[in-house]
Design a protein around this ligand. Structure first.
Ligand code: E4P
Length: 223
């Protein structure tokens, strides 16, 4: 499963890259707007921090403009995967773009049917919004399972990148679906890796060793 951070904050991504096996970065217009930076220089910085892909969303809502923006974003770097919302205009743009050349993430997906048409039109990634479905009394995780089934039954090559994830239980359940990718906010990435019993275990190991041998490192034992 590919793992992404859903953020445009360069400092935070640098920190996360130090300890997490991240494959790259995903952004949307709201996330970029929160940074108060010029888009293109920011994308250059984010590209350097993205090992595999940087997923960047188009802004226009009309097919012709979406296509132009997708081509512009792709010309910056092949590492950029262009995010296009699955509106009618968005689907029309995906259908028309050369998806062999330009990788597309079909985003803002809320139904299996939207995912089906996006995959059929050539999208490389499908981004279902898990928490936004949970918020309207549906199950985001269930929808991801159904999408997974639809992709397999149709033999599509599209990968599911689960998005809009708000708690550690969703993270666990989504990992168990076998979805091919997941993007998490920095907060959820940190929260879902923390456990008080891990900290307690590390503390106990240190105390037991120090009580017996004083220095808590392998130096003295290696000589
Ligand atoms: C995914 O590509 C989106 O950027 C994001 O996950 C949407 O999440 P939100 O519901 O937290 O805005």
């Amino acid at each position: 499963m590919e793992l992404y951070v859903d953020s445009a904050n360069v400092e935070i991504i640098k920190e996360l890259n130090q300890w997490l096996p991240l494959d790259g970065v995903t952004v949307n217009p709201s996330i970029v707007a929160a940074e108060d930076k010029e888009l293109f220089p920011l994308l250059d910085e984010l590209l350097k921090l993205s090992k595999k892909h940087l997923h960047v969303q188009v802004l226009s809502e009309k097919k012709e403009e979406i296509i132009k923006e997708a081509e512009k974003l792709h010309s910056i770097s092949e590492k950029i995967v262009v995010k296009i919302p699955v509106s009618q205009q968005g689907l029309a743009a995906i259908k028309e773009l050369d998806t062999e050349k330009i990788k597309i993430t079909a985003t803002a997906i809320f139904t299996v049917t939207q995912a089906f048409s996006a995959a059929k039109a050539g999208a490389a990634y499908l981004a279902p919004y898990v928490s936004r479905l949970d918020r309207i009394e549906q199950s985001g995780v269930k929808m991801v399972r159904e999408m997974q089934e639809m992709v397999e039954l149709n033999d599509f090559s599209a990968k599911i990148i689960t998005a809009s994830i708000k708690n550690a239980n969703q993270v666990k359940e989504l990992i168990r679906t076998g979805a091919q990718a997941m993007t998490l906010s920095p907060e959820i990435l940190i929260q879902s890796h923390q456990h008080p019993l891990t900290d307690q275990a590390v503390e106990m190991f240190r105390d037991d060793w120090i009580n017996k041998f004083k220095n808590y490192n392998l130096d003295s034992k290696l000589k």
